[in-house]
Write a protein that binds this ligand. Structure first.
Ligand code: ADP
Ligand code: MG
Length: 238
């Protein structure tokens, strides 16, 4: 069970309050997408959930445990960033195994997890290659693979497709949907791309000015936007 509950999350950088009291409950197994304009605090919120950023106020719970004071590695989460730096001198296999090796996991267990993740992502035939011999989409799959091998209770994705070209973004959208269908793990996904949000989300969370402006199923927001901002944001894809 890994629902995610946020209550009263506040965060300032200097005099600028970026998150002004965010409350939200994400159900176990749900695919929730945060959307909002650049600079509205999406990454900051995700980093607070991950424990990479400390909130000034509020509480984060994952799977019913309050994790506010826990380190990122104890939270049962894995995060994939927009810029997914792979180790250039390591093979795909070594890149995917690296985190588990650091955690001193059993070799056979590491091997099982890496091969299962590679299978899931269709990159088994690339396991011996170096990152530079892969396309952008394949590299991003390796980055996702690194997260999958940790068998997290919750995946956090911060604009994982924004460095890819348009055609690949479309293809990878389907891959995220199918990944969620297979793993059924809770996924929290951040994007500024309305189409991505509409395609992937069970529920969309529209962030604006540091607060949640509206939460709902994609069609719910599309048909009944509560504010002009939501209407413009969901209703007029680029
Ligand atoms: P988004 O991901 O929605 O584009 P961010 O969460 O990255 O937005 O940033 C929200 C605001 O907080 C921005 O104005 C950004 O400049 C500021 N900010 C983010 N991280 C820091 C930081 N470490 N120090 C100072 N300001 C920051
Ligand atoms: Mg961001």
């Amino acid at each position: 069970m890994a629902d995610v509950a946020l209550s009263g999350i506040r965060k300032s950088f200097g005099a600028t309050e970026v998150l002004k009291g965010v409350d939200l409950t994400i159900a176990d197994g749900e695919f929730v997408v945060f959307v909002g304009p650049s600079g509205c605090g999406k990454s900051t919120l995700l980093r607070v959930v991950a424990g990479l950023e400390e909130a000034d106020a509020g509480e984060v719970s994952i799977g019913g445990r309050v994790v506010t004071d826990m380190s990122p590695s104890d939270r049962g989460i894995a995060m994939v960033f927009q810029s997914y730096a792979l180790y250039p001198h390591m093979s795909v296999y070594q890149n995917m195994a690296f985190g588990l090796t650091l955690a001193k996991a059993d070799k056979a267990e590491i091997d099982r997890r890496v091969r299962a993740a590679a299978e899931t992502l269709n990159i088994t035939e690339y396991l011996d290659r170096k990152p530079k011999a892969l396309s952008g989409g394949q590299r991003q799959r390796v980055a996702i693979g690194r997260a999958i091998v940790r068998e997290p209770e919750v995946f956090l994705f911060d604009e994982p497709l924004s460095n890819l070209d348009a055609a690949l973004r479309v293809r990878m959208r389907y891959e995220f949907a199918s990944l969620h269908g297979r793993l059924k793990t809770t996924m929290v996904y951040v994007t500024h791309d309305q189409v991505e949000a509409m395609t992937l989300a069970d529920r969309i969370v529209v962030l604006n000015g540091g607060v949640v402006e509206q939460v709902g199923a994609p069609m719910e927001l599309y048909e009944n936007p509560r504010t002009l901002f939501v209407a413009q944001f969901i209703g007029s894809p680029k």
